[in-house]
Design a protein around this ligand. Structure first.
Ligand code: ZN
Ligand code: ZN
Length: 383
């Protein structure tokens, strides 16, 4: 895991504090671990960060005391950080801070990241505090996630390296005939994972998908013991974590000669992806990019076969903001893309009984277009 500079952390914290002030909060309780890491450089399987106006409290347990001490003494320390080691539970340590040094405040908490049980316990504890001013909890959503969506220069450097590395892995596995008739989906997936680790990825970013023939009609198929046959399309979707950041790529491979119907599906998805990438630039609405991907599919009668959103943000997690999808009454509202966002562009068509095609690349949104992070040849036999 590479660390952000102290100055970059200071900038991130300043933006969180601005948002906290706008919401008339006194502090933000950050319990989602990727968000804790983003604001503090502190990576652990358990931790809570509390962003107060002039302090960043880092609550951890004894397992991490040496790691926290070395982080805070080092050159990449978060500014104005104060470590707090828990004695009983994390919740009790948080409560001691909220009804101790920060007593009486309005505390934002990440509603999507706290259990009902934790919330009730904390609320009771604040209500029963022996201080004259009782603190209160205010549910907030996505404050840190929205900041994370726009990458800074250090993050973009990691993405450039990760995109190039994933492209190398993908290009080699296509050239080496890893996806071949007679092999099982599980064998192919195991080879892909091995190659990613050998290339230097810390781990796969998600469970590798290898979906052959009719299995390709399931967008999230898990690899099975099914043997790949000649004449089939095989969707391979994989990604790796490099320096803590996720990259994600899909190619569809033709095994032997495939029929005209499958070739038409393939060409339509290639065109769809090209149109979608051409539609991306800072300021465009995320749903408009999804629309752009559907024009050619509609023309080919394949619009209904594209049942998922066009793409997602990448970062410390594999699925982040922004989501690029159709506008839906019950879905999240579309957002305007901003320069520095990193997104996947992954149209696909899925036809039961026939199979599927998906092609996915990663791009950085720029002022006037994109910077493409992944460069992998398309299946020329199908074009
Ligand atoms: Zn993918
Ligand atoms: Zn993806």
């Amino acid at each position: 895991m590479s660390r952000a500079s102290s100055a970059a952390l200071g900038h991130r914290l300043e933006r969180v504090r601005t948002r906290v002030a706008e919401l008339e909060l006194d502090a933000l309780v950050v319990t989602h671990l990727p968000n804790v890491f983003y604001l503090s450089n502190f990576e652990a399987s358990a931790a809570i960060a509390v962003v107060a106006p002039s302090r960043l409290y880092l609550i951890t347990d004894f397992r991490y005391s040496a790691a926290v001490a070395s982080l805070l003494a080092g050159p990449d320390a978060p500014p104005d950080a104060e470590p707090l080691q828990i004695e009983g539970s994390y919740d009790a340590a948080l409560a001691r801070l909220l009804d101790g040094p920060l007593a009486g405040g309005r505390f934002g908490f990440e509603a999507a990241r706290m259990t009902v049980k934790q919330f009730r316990w904390l609320e009771d504890r604040l209500a029963g505090a022996e201080t004259p001013a009782k603190g209160s909890l205010v549910a907030v959503d996505g404050i840190v996630e929205r900041l994370r969506a726009v990458k800074d220069a250090g993050e973009l450097d990691i993405f450039r390296r990760a995109g190039a590395l994933l492209s190398e892995v993908a290009t080699a596995l296509l050239a080496d005939g890893v996806v071949a008739a007679g092999r099982t989906e599980l064998e192919v997936a195991a080879d892909i994972d091995y190659r990613m680790k050998r290339a230097g990825f810390e781990r796969p970013a998600f469970d590798t998908i290898v979906a052959s023939g009719p299995n390709g009609a399931l967008p999230h198929a898990h690899p099975t013991s099914r043997r790949i046959e000649t004449g089939e399309l095989v969707v391979v979707d994989f990604g790796g974590m490099l320096d803590g950041y996720a990259v994600d790529l899909t190619r569809t491979v033709a095994v032997g000669a495939v029929d005209a119907r499958r070739r038409d599906m393939y060409r339509a998805v290639v065109e769809s992806q090209r149109d979608a990438i051409a539609a991306i630039h800072a300021g465009v609405q995320s749903d408009a990019v999804d629309d752009a991907a559907r024009v050619v599919l509609k023309r080919e009668g394949l619009d209904d076969a594209f049942g998922h959103g066009l793409g997602h943000g990448l970062g410390l997690e594999i699925h982040e903001d922004p989501r690029m999808a159709k506008r839906r009454a019950d879905g999240p509202p579309p957002v305007a893309l901003e320069a520095g966002m990193v997104v996947t562009v992954e149209p696909g068509v899925y036809v039961p009984g026939v199979g599927g095609v998906r092609i996915e690349d990663d791009v950085v949104v720029t002022e006037h277009g994109v910077e493409q992070l992944t460069h992998v040849p398309l299946e020329t036999g199908l074009l």
